[in-house]
Design a protein around this ligand. Structure first.
Ligand SMILES: [Zn+2]
Length: 81
């Protein structure tokens, strides 16, 4: 997967992946989409990740908030997969 051009947003995307979110790359106006760990029954619509938001810090915060507000988050244990 190609990296997001903005480092703030890249960090937020990294947190989403850590939290079990699935990132899908898109072409066009948005950089990609983030699907919560709930899968089919997960949060809808998927969270859009913009490629060049006017204030990247705000968008990064929005992405983190999506992680926090998702009721489907999985508790990851340190014991194997
Ligand atoms: Zn969710």
């Amino acid at each position: 997967m190609s990296r997001h051009p903005n480092k703030e947003i890249r960090a937020a995307i990294e947190e989403m992946i850590q939290a079990g979110w699935r990132i899908e790359k898109r072409e066009g106006h948005s950089w990609g989409c983030a699907f919560c760990p709930g899968g089919r029954a997960g949060c809808r619509p998927p969270t859009s990740i913009w490629s060049t938001p006017r204030v990247p810090e705000h968008h990064a915060r929005q992405l983190r908030r999506a992680i926090e507000h998702c009721p489907h988050r999985v508790l990851r244990t340190s014991e194997g997969e």
